[in-house]
Design a protein around this ligand. Structure first.
Ligand code: ADP
Ligand code: MG
Length: 258
């Protein structure tokens, strides 16, 4: 058998086989918002250089909390996070951005009153001298952003805003990009564009961790995935292994996919 199935109390050694040389690695994360209430209950994750890793799971499982914990926006109560072998547990978002972690939150991820160009500038506020070079690189990936540079982000469609948000996170040339439900609320055609774009970004060498509600589609394009349930890894494996696992289908794909 492939060993794709990892139970909550499963074999950690097996689960973390392959974590060696990871760009980003989280071990046994416990985190939450309210005192005494843990949302993450010992979640593990790793991303190897150049990988696209998916996180799927039911609503409220803690997927957004996991990304926020990795990005220093939710306090980690125990466990550790390493970036390229160095411990970054508890480091703030601004420091993480400087060290090559990019994050696109699920909601409110653009400044609506600013233009596209200004939004991209905001992404580079820690390194403004690199604007010309990085703007060119981002516009290369998202030509529309260059053509509409002076348009206010608030006047854009949901799909276009998502491109601005991703573009902004790419301005600092991250080595790893965390995306929280980039396709949420978009039409099927635009959802597909988001997946294609994400793959494209990934192919430029950026490692990606992507939380997605469109689980089936996400498992098709990712290298590996994790199913998060109640703040724990319920299953992990390659996208194909997960998409074909009868338990994963029964428990998570039947209702999650549309
Ligand atoms: P997912 O992204 O998997 O849908 P979340 O990480 O957003 O799940 O939420 C996991 C749990 O944490 C939910 O029970 C949610 O109500 C709770 N939660 C999320 N954000 C907050 C917050 N800011 N304060 C308190 N509880 C929160
Ligand atoms: Mg979420």
């Amino acid at each position: 058998m492939s060993g794709a199935r990892v139970t909550a109390e499963g074999d950690r050694t097996d689960h973390l086989a392959g974590a060696e040389g990871a760009v980003l690695r989280a071990d046994e994360l416990v985190a939450g918002y309210l005192p005494g209430v843990n949302i993450l209950n010992g979640s593990d994750l790793y991303v190897r250089p150049g990988e696209l890793v998916a996180i799927i799971g039911p609503n409220g499982a803690g997927k957004s909390t996991l990304l926020k914990a990795l990005f220093g926006l939710v306090k980690i109560r125990s466990g550790s996070v390493h970036l390229e072998g160095e411990e970054i547990t508890g480091l703030g978002a601004d420091k993480l951005v400087r060290r090559g972690v990019g994050f696109v939150p699920q909601n409110n991820n653009v400044f609506p009153s600013l233009t596209i160009g200004e939004n991209l500038e905001m992404g580079l506020y820690q390194a403004p001298k690199r604007f010309k070079e990085r703007f060119a690189a981002v516009v290369d990936l998202f030509p529309t952003l260059g053509q509409r540079r002076n348009q206010r982000a608030g006047s854009l469609s949901g799909g276009e805003r998502q491109m601005v948000a991703m573009g902004r996170a790419l301005m600092m040339e991250p080595s790893v990009l965390l995306l929280d439900e980039p396709s949420a609320g978009l039409s099927p055609a635009l959802q597909d564009e988001v997946f294609v774009r994400t793959r494209q970004i990934n192919r430029t060498g950026v490692s990606v961790v992507m939380v997605e509600q469109n689980a089936r589609r996400c498992l098709q394009i990712c290298d590996r995935g994790y199913v998060l349930d109640q703040g724990r890894n319920a299953y992990s494996g390659t996208g194909r292994e997960l998409a074909q696992d009868p338990k994963v289908i029964e428990l998570y794909l039947g209702t999650l996919s549309t």
